[in-house]
Write a protein that binds this ligand. Structure first.
Ligand SMILES: *Cc1c(COP(=O)(O)O)cnc(C)c1O
Length: 474
């Protein structure tokens, strides 16, 4: 399988794009052709365990990794008791025609573990093969950084330098990162806000000499390895729902998904699953108050907002106003034409906006994507209502998904709501919604009590350079 840039040109194979999601011309890596899954293929996948299924799905994209090797990587990623549920991704009905798809059973209690655990294994494998090392440099406001650190901790050929804004994360988020005692994990708390961290990362990553000399890389949400690993749980969820359907009716049995969205990574994987032939009727995109994506899917106008115009909400992992993966969808929307895609992003640079309103009628009819916005009050009400009706406590992001999903439930078509985090991560909001406190379990308490391993640093590029220079793997 060859990879191409959304703005033209070829990029090599899976192993090549695993380290570098961004093409030199600014485009994103996408497969040259999308593989197809026939009804027979899907039936063949039915008896597989989650790691086995992941091998088959990722294997369609990672054709340069021998199948036996890939099977070892997925067994390590999704085995060893790292996920709380035996089935890795459990499904449970929550009423109103909805089923919760448990993507948050991993070590950081959020769906990013699903992709990041695989990426950690795959990165080490590829680095080993090429006798290379990688120093991952990133900025986080919470979830991405902890998922990356938990996936990369203790590895030989990878180290992590993760910048976070001093005093801006919840106690839980801080503990999840700073409690790690592994030598290859470097937590740097920067005096400033998330954007200050992000800017420091950008400055170092665009200094190509420094980047090369220190083998810097990223594991951000445009990484195609992450996107491919996420396709597996869309297939898994369809299989588990149709286990209960008569065999003769399975092939055409459709389900819909509701996806709490920020960077458009999760739902992009759903879009690929649907394009590959998984019987998905609707992909419901849920935004929070930072509803740039909802606006796009309702109007065809993509208008990213600045950091100053991005609100801090109670579903913080969706506080995104520039959806880095959207370009991959737009590439498909524009007939996979790199020239039209490049022109669209040129338009964005010139006018801070892309006008695709001419394609609006295809969003739902051809791609099955609809959208909606959920606010703080919606999320509180939704958490309360599902707690009362089914006893299930939704995390605030998942509540956004369930809220928007309600408007799109159709008779006879299960609505699968992706659970993108566990409520224990957001205890304050759960208390606001339900009036009860969420007691941490023993593991969580131990994590909260662990000594913090973190370096405080002013917002100073030279200090950061010196720090990395001293500690980077070579
Ligand atoms: C990252 C994240 C999201 C948004 O996912 P995208 O792939 O960026 O659209 C939603 N919910 C939670 C809890 C997350 O951590």
């Amino acid at each position: 399988m060859q990879y191409i840039s959304t703005r033209g040109g070829t990029l090599g194979q899976f192993s090549d794009v695993l380290l570098e999601g961004l093409a030199p011309n600014g485009g994103l890596a996408v497969p040259e052709t999308l593989p197809r899954l026939s009804a027979e293929d899907l039936e063949r996948l039915r008896p597989l365990s989650y790691p086995e299924l992941a091998t088959e799905i990722i294997g369609l994209f990672a054709t340069d990794i021998p199948r036996d090797d890939l099977a070892r990587l997925t067994a390590a990623a999704y085995g060893g008791g790292k996920f709380a549920a035996d089935e890795i991704v459990p499904l449970s009905e929550i009423g109103e025609g909805m089923t919760l798809v448990g993507l948050s059973e991993g070590p950081t209690l959020a769906f990013k573990d699903m992709a990041m655990q695989f990426l950690g294994e795959a990165l080490e494998y590829v680095l080993e093969k090429n006798d290379r090392v990688l120093n991952v440099l990133g900025a986080t406001s919470g979830d991405t950084g902890s998922a990356a650190e938990h996936a990369l901790r203790g590895r030989d050929r990878v180290s992590v330098f993760m910048l976070s804004p001093q005093g801006r994360m919840s106690a839980f988020q801080r503990a999840q990162m700073y409690s790690l005692q592994d030598e290859n994990v470097h937590n740097i708390a920067v005096e400033g806000v998330f954007d200050d961290c992000q800017n420091l990362v950008k400055r170092l990553a665009t200094d190509l000499d420094f980047k090369r000399a220190h083998s810097l890389g990223a594991v951000n949400s445009i990484n195609f390895g992450r996107i491919s690993a996420q396709i597996a749980y869309y297939v898994w969820a369809w299989l588990r729902v149709t286990d209960k359907v008569a065999p003769t009716e399975r092939a055409d049995f459709q389900v819909s998904f509701a996806v709490p969205s920020g960077n458009f990574g999760n739902i992009l994987s759903g879009h690929y699953a649907k394009s590959m032939g998984v019987p998905i009727r609707t992909l419901v995109l849920a935004s929070n108050e930072n509803n740039v994506l909802d606006e796009f899917f309702r109007t065809g106008h993509y208008r990213p907002r600045s950091a100053e115009n991005t609100l801090a909400t109670s579903s913080p992992s969706m506080d995104v106003s520039r959806a880095s993966n959207l370009e991959r969808f737009v590439f498909d929307l524009l007939g996979r034409d790199p020239e039209r895609t490049a022109a669209a992003w040129h338009e964005l640079e010139e006018r801070d906006e892309i006008d695709l309103s001419g394609e609006l009628d295809r969003f739902e009819s051809e791609f099955g994507i609809v959208s909606g916005t959920s606010t703080h009050d919606d999320r509180i009400a939704t958490i309360r209502e599902f707690s009362e009706s089914s006893g299930v406590i939704l995390d605030p992001h998942t509540a956004d998904g369930a809220k928007v999903a309600r408007a799109h439930v159709e008779a006879g078509i299960p609505m699968l709501v992706l659970e993108t985090a566990k409520p224990a991560k957001f205890a304050d909001l759960i208390t606001e919604a339900l009036g009860t406190t969420v007691e941490p379990d023993a593991d969580t308490q131990a994590m909260l009590d662990a000594p913090a391993r973190v370096t405080n640093m002013p917002h100073d590029e030279q200090q950061l350079r010196a720090y990395i220079n001293e500690r980077a793997l070579r």
